[in-house]
Design a binder for this molecule. Structure first.
Ligand SMILES: [Fe+2]
Ligand SMILES: [Fe+2]
Length: 242
C-alpha cells in the first residue's frame, strides 16, 4: 500500500456520512415507526433487486482490477459474500430468508423467497443496477476501486440503519426468534462490512500513485454514491405511494 494516498482515501471514504446516499428521507422513514405491509413489501422487493447484484459487483472488481495486491483484497471480500465457503451462509441467501420471513409475519399469507423475484423493479432501481455495472466494469481500475470504496463504505452504515428500522417489527417475533432471524444484519454489522470497508481502503490506495489516480478513484466513488442516493429516493417515493 502506498502510504502517501492512505489519508486522502480515508478522507474521501468519510464523506459518505453527509451524502444523500446515507443522510436521506428513506432512512428517516424506515426508522420512524412500524410501516404497513404494502410499504415494507416495496422496500423488500427493491432492496432485494438491488442487493442481488452486490456479490457480482465484487466479482467484477476482481476481474477489472489489474493490481495484484488490490485484487487480493477484493477476493477476500468476495469469499465473505459467499459465506466464507459455506453456501448456507451466503449473504444473499440470508437476506432472502430474512425478507420473505418478515413479509410472512407482517402479512396474512406465506411469502416464499422466490416471490421476491417476481415483477419488475422500479425504473430507479434498474437505473442503479445499470449504472453500478458500468462503474464496476470500467476499463480504468481506479474507477472500479472508487466504486467499490463507495459500495463498501456505505454498506456498514446502511445495514445499521436498516437494522434499526427492522427493530420496529420485533413484536412479530419471539425474543430469541428475532435475533436468529436477524443473522443477515449481524454478520454484516459484527464483522463482514467492517472488513470489507478496510479491504476497499487497501485496494483503493493500492491503485493510487499520483493525484490524477486519486481523482479517478474519486470519480468512481462519487458516481456510486450519487446512484445510491437516487435509488433510495426512488424507493422512498414508491413506498409513500404504496
Ligand atoms: Fe454481504
Ligand atoms: Fe460488503
Amino acid at each position: 500500500m502506498s502510504p502517501r494516498y492512505e489519508a486522502p482515501v480515508r478522507d474521501l471514504a468519510a464523506t459518505t456520512r453527509k451524502h444523500a446516499a446515507l443522510d436521506n428521507d428513506f432512512y428517516r422513514h424506515w426508522q420512524s415507526v412500524p410501516l404497513p405491509y404494502t410499504q415494507v413489501d416495496v422496500f423488500a422487493r427493491e432492496f432485494y433487486a438491488r442487493t442481488v447484484n452486490t456479490s457480482v459487483m465484487v466479482a467484477l472488481s476482481v476481474l477489472h482490477t489489474e493490481d495484484l495486491a488490490a485484487r487480493v483484497e477484493c477476493v477476500k471480500n468476495l469469499y465473505s459474500e459467499y459465506g466464507n465457503g459455506d453456501p448456507a451462509k451466503a449473504h444473499l441467501l440470508l437476506l432472502e430468508q430474512f425478507l420473505s420471513d418478515l413479509l410472512t409475519r407482517l402479512g396474512d399469507r406465506h411469502v416464499h423467497p422466490d416471490d421476491l423475484r417476481t415483477g419488475d423493479p422500479l425504473p430507479s432501481t434498474t437505473a442503479f443496477s445499470t449504472g453500478q455495472r458500468a462503474l464496476f466494469t470500467n476499463d480504468d481500475q481506479r474507477i472500479v476501486q472508487g466504486a467499490l470504496l463507495g459500495q463498501e463504505h456505505l454498506a456498514y452504515s446502511m445495514l445499521v440503519r436498516l437494522y434499526e428500522g427492522v427493530r420496529n417489527y420485533k413484536h412479530l417475533y419471539g425474543e430469541d426468534e428475532f435475533h436468529e432471524a436477524c443473522e443477515y444484519f449481524y454478520v454484516h454489522i459484527g464483522e463482514a462490512e467492517k472488513e470489507h470497508r478496510e479491504q476497499a481502503v487497501v485496494s483503493a490506495v493500492q491503485v493510487c500513485r499520483t493525484d490524477a489516480d486519486l481523482a479517478r478513484v474519486r470519480r468512481g466513488f462519487d458516481g456510486f454514491l450519487d446512484l445510491t442516493a437516487a435509488y433510495w429516493a426512488g424507493v422512498h417515493d414508491a413506498m409513500l405511494a404504496a
